[in-house]
Design a protein around this ligand. Structure first.
Ligand SMILES: Cc1cc2nc3c(=O)[nH]c(=O)nc-3n(C[C@H](O)[C@H](O)[C@H](O)COP(=O)(O)OP(=O)(O)OC[C@H]3O[C@@H](n4cnc5c(N)ncnc54)[C@H](O)[C@@H]3O)c2cc1C
Length: 335
């Protein structure tokens, strides 16, 4: 079991910055995110777009902002569980919590901060039967958490966006055979990645199957084959250890809806004096919360994180007095 002062559900920009605000008050944080990387919407949806409304940055690329936040919180050494979704919250007799993920990780903490943004990004799945039979390590994966899993294996990827292109290129170097199946003839992803994929196919390093649709999968306990319909409507088979459909992710509130929090239109209602929820010891900041006048902006989430950590201090150190200090006066003390 992981033990920390504050468990932050969601490692988007707001969850990340709140580690800094907690760190100034000597509170330790553990972050959990369902995605395999930190950064929330910024890293998942628009990593290369410039953002123009972060105070002090006339323009900053979304991924650069995430990288800067990671640097800023480094002195406080937050621990992280990535690629796992928080499913359960259990209150203990002493009012602390045990947070549980879908992979069985448990985190004991005094305060929970929900910085879950739009909710969990759930994969869009292809409309084929028996997918569930091969999920959870038996041959069907919707994201690449650990590329080493695919070393020396026969992989079928499907999709036409950046993820499908990027992983085709990456896995072509480590997998035994990579096939990319795409229903179109051109790709939505970055043109230079598309060009690389076309070149890999020309050089015979991957199989590229265009104007094709996944139809079914087969196997016995583990995946053995992927079937698709080709441009002439004929059914074809590919021998495969893994199918990785990368058709994008759509956000869903998911398990957060079951935690007895007051929810309004898929957002958590908070008290704006400290961004606390109706459950003592649980706070909600960033895009996930709602209150009169709420703006879903990164800078608003940063403000909410700073205010709520002052209130969280009471739960973490009930016997201590909190005196407010500027960083210019007090500095940033690593721990
Ligand atoms: C295209 C686009 C452009 C934008 N441009 C701007 C802009 O110019 N300026 C601006 O201020 N804002 C902009 N935004 C909005 C901005 O991205 C959001 O306000 C910001 O990402 C909110 O941060 P967050 O940390 O609250 O949530 P998110 O970034 O959504 O991160 C939340 C994280 O929580 C995780 N999560 C959710 N539920 C769970 C769970 N149960 N278990 C584990 N993890 C969970 C998710 O996987 C996600 O990674 C833009 C948004 C988009 C889509």
């Amino acid at each position: 079991m992981i033990t920390t002062d504050i468990c932050i559900v969601g490692a988007g920009p707001v969850g990340l910055f709140s580690v800094f605000e907690a760190g100034l008050l000597k509170m330790r944080c553990h972050l959990v995110d369902a995605l395999p990387q930190v950064g929330g919407q910024l890293s998942e949806i628009y990593p290369h777009k410039p953002i123009y409304d972060i105070p002090g940055f006339p323009s900053v690329n979304a991924q650069e902002l995430v990288d800067n936040l990671m640097e800023q919180i480094a002195p406080f050494h937050p621990t992280m569980t990535l690629g796992e979704r928080v499913e359960t919250i259990e209150r203990q007799e002493d009012q602390s919590f045990i947070v549980g993920t879908n992979e069985g990780t448990t985190i004991a903490c005094k305060v929970i901060v929900i910085a879950g943004g739009l909710g969990c990004f759930e994969p869009r799945k292809p409309a084929i039967e028996r997918l569930e039979e091969f999920e959870h390590g038996k041959g069907v994966a919707y994201m690449v958490k650990n590329p080493e899993l695919f070393r020396d294996k026969e992989i079928v990827l499907a999709g036409g966006g950046d993820s499908a292109l990027d992983w085709t290129i990456y896995l072509s170097n480590i997998s035994k055979r990579v096939t990319l199946v795409h229903r179109g003839e051109t790709f939505r992803g970055a043109p230079d990645s598309a060009e690389k994929v076309f070149n890999l196919a020309k050089e015979g390093k991957i199989d590229l199957i265009l104007k094709a649709n996944l139809k079914k999968i087969d196997g016995n306990g583990s995946l053995k084959a992927v079937f698709y319909e080709d441009a002439d409507k004929n059914e074809q088979t590919i021998k495969a250890d893994y199918l990785i459909p990368l058709f994008g992710l759509s956000p869903k509130l998911g398990p957060i809806a079951d935690w007895e929090l007051e929810i309004e239109k898929a957002q958590i209602k908070v008290d704006t004096t400290d961004y606390s929820t109706n459950v003592l010891g649980i706070y909600a900041i960033g895009d996930i919360n709602t209150y009169p006048g709420k703006l879903k902006l990164i800078l608003c989430g940063f403000h909410e994180g700073a205010i709520m950590m002052q209130s969280a201090f009471k739960h973490v150190f009930p016997d201590k007095h909190l005196s407010f200090k500027y960083t210019t006066v007090n500095g940033v003390h690593e721990f």
